[in-house]
Design a protein around this ligand. Sequence first.
Ligand code: GLN
Length: 198
Amino acid sequence: MTRIGVLALQGDFAEHINVLSRIDVDPREVRLLKDLEGLDGLIIPGGESTTISRLMAEFGLLQPLRDMARSDFPIWGTCAGMIVLAKQASDLTLPTIAAMDIEVERNAYGRQLDSFEAELAVPELGEEPFRAVFIRAPVVRDVHPPAEVIARLEDGAPVVVRQGRLLATSFHPELTDDPRLHRYFVELATEDKKAVVE
Ligand code: GLN
């Protein structure tokens, strides 16, 4: 069974674990270096990117995760997780994983839009729109190749970005009932293995 870890230092990791356990994945909470062993992929949840970054360093996970992200290990960051994957994040001076060629601005949707929902067209997931919940979400200001945009808001703002086997979403797919993005990440994480088996 595919083993997906969820970084469980802070934030809404429990909700990700819930979704993963509903789609036939073996989910693991990751807090220590040894928890990274044997994983097929890792999710970094929403929460506070400053706290998550500080704790990654304190728990000795920062450098290993930086190395893994640069050697094609699948990592998906949601909201704060997107911020710690971005090479540039406004207003965040702590070291992060910084592996995706995107520039994000924290808490940039403005006060009235602190939290909002949107029906997203995500062609990779099929016809049905994906209901995306945004909570003090980062705005993606720039996407540089090889990073590519997978989905945008109606105004054109990128909200799902992929770079190889790194994935980032500025919203919270673990807070709705739709497991399609989790399935998409599991496929991304296991693609090569499947190709070998086929
Ligand atoms: N605003 C948070 C940050 O900057 C992210 C919010 C979230 O993950 N829901 O880290």
